[in-house]
Design a protein. Structure first.
Length: 488
């Protein structure tokens, strides 16, 4: 198609009339005036067309009279009288085939373009839209194993069963057991769902196809369903294998919720996925592994047994899990002897694996910026303060009066937290401005992970929050806006 387009442009450039290629077209009467004024240097007669060159160097084109016309005879006499050189050439007019080609070329190009697009959408060719974008991940490509995953030991035990089935299926089939056709990993962002899938790819020893849910959806109708068919066709040709769909909520949302009604492109893609996972044709040997942090938006038909037989929750790590994750992310880093990973794990309640990885990297960057040989505990503490409250605002000017008010405010939090029996122990107090609005903070750390909270603990937490405001009233006999964030 590109060759045809280039050829057409060359032909148009070659045979297009001179009047449309920068040559000025003038009336015949004006041409006669130019001849009489002696401003014409050269003239060429091509049938009824007259081309010429003016004394100024400009070229012109005009339509002359026929050879039988008196005007033609008078024109020749005028040219002879002015001494203008003229000649006669055969007419160059455009052939009718070329004219037809020039009119048909845009139509042909449009037809060829849409034909090319349709072939790509239907899945033909290496560059087709309908071809699956799933990547075949080999064991050599990913060096992640179960040893690189920590903090979710129960989840690892669950997925190890899948790997063992793929390695030795006879152990399960002799008892009549069937491996789950699909496993859905559910959990908050950053808990290690994708990392776990990479570890499965490194441990399974079978073909592992990886794709994102958003790779199925396109603006062209039918492309998503074609990609699903192509992906499962490839997977069935290499069984046993695993197909991993990351962020499956991009394609697996409940049907009927789209703006396009019940038959939009995404729903057609979902219907094809449902048919491939548990339709009329069996996909024995293909295990579908998917991950999402929004299971509530998934279509119920996708979650039923026979498609995703097992739903595994990947939770936030507990205290021991965070310590194990910190050990993994610091095993290739040079740590000083004063680094206490157990204390860091206690200081990071609610952190997930991605947060802890970022914490370790921030500490390493701080140590490198200070040109240290080892990463010290102070680097981890500064990195944690950065993650929790933001960067130090060194350029912020605070008056001595405001510094005193902030100090008493934070001291009020700390004093109340120290005196109340059900409050978490105070770990750190700071009056250094950080982030967007924090002029200071008081950090309390729990001694252990807790999953239920008593009424007394909630009451003490509220009391600690009001401690800063109470200190301002006692010392300054007034209140400031510093307690605004405490009361939210």
């Amino acid at each position: 198609m590109l060759v045809l387009l280039v050829l057409g442009l060359i032909l148009i450039q070659t045979f297009w009339p001179l009047g449309q290629r920068g040559v000025q077209e003038i009336p015949f009467s004006y041409f006669q005036q130019l001849v009489e004024m002696g401003q014409v240097q050269e003239v060429v007669f091509r049938g009824s067309q007259i081309e010429g060159l003016l004394t100024t160097g400009e070229r012109f084109l005009t339509q002359g009279p026929g050879e039988d016309s008196p005007l033609y005879t008078s024109l020749i006499e005028a040219l002879n009288g002015q001494g203008v050189h003229y000649s006669f050439d055969p007419p160059q007019g455009n052939p009718w085939l070329l004219t037809l080609f020039m009119y048909m070329l845009p139509v042909v190009i449009v037809i060829l373009f849409f034909s090319w697009m349709m072939r790509r959408m239907q899945g033909g060719g290496a560059l087709s839209f309908g071809q699956s974008r799933a990547k075949l991940v080999s064991k050599e490509f990913t060096k992640v194993t179960f040893k690189d995953v920590a903090g979710i030991d129960e989840v690892i035990e669950e997925v190890k069963e899948i790997v063992e089935y793929l390695r030795s299926p006879g152990r399960f089939t002799r008892l009549g057991a069937e491996i789950p056709k699909g496993i859905l990993l559910v959990g908050p962002p950053g808990t290690g769902k994708t990392l776990l899938a990479r570890a499965i790819a490194g441990e399974a020893g079978v073909p592992f196809y990886s794709i994102s849910g958003s790779d199925f959806v396109e603006m062209f109708v039918g492309v998503g369903a074609a990609r699903v068919r192509d992906m499962f066709q490839k997977a069935k040709s290499t069984t046993p294998c695993i197909v991993f769909i990351d962020e499956i909520d991009a394609v697996g949302r409940k049907r009927g919720a789209g703006l396009g009604g019940g038959h939009d492109e995404r729903e057609q893609t979902l219907n094809q996925l449902l048919a491939e996972m548990d339709g009329f044709e069996a996909n024995t040997g293909v295990i579908v592994l998917a991950a999402t942090n929004r299971p509530d938006v998934l279509d119920p038909a996708l979650l039923r047994p026979g498609r995703f037989d097992r739903k595994i929750v990947v939770p936030r790590p507990d205290l021991h899990g965070r310590e194990a994750i910190l050990k993994i992310h610091t095993r290739n880093k040079r740590l000083a002897p004063d680094v206490d990973l157990a204390l860091l794990a206690r200081r990071t309640p609610g952190f997930v694996g991605a947060d802890l990885e970022n914490l370790c990297n921030e500490a390493a960057l701080l140590a490198a910026r200070a040109r240290k040989e080892y990463i010290e505990m102070s680097d981890f503490e500064e990195a944690l303060d950065r993650v929790l409250t933001g960067l130090k605002r060194r350029g912020l000017y605070i008056t001595e009066r405001e510094k005193e008010q902030i100090a008493y405010h934070e001291a009020g939090h700390a004093l109340v937290g120290k005196l109340l029996p059900h409050a978490d122990p105070v770990h750190k107090i700071s009056i250094i401005p950080r982030g967007e609005g924090a002029l200071g903070f008081t950090l309390q750390l729990p001694t252990e992970d807790r999953y239920i909270v008593s009424r007394d603990e909630l009451f003490d937490k509220l009391t600690v929050l009001f401690g800063g405001r109470a200190a301002e009233e006692v010392v300054f006999n007034s209140q400031t806006t510093g307690a605004a964030e405490d009361l939210k």
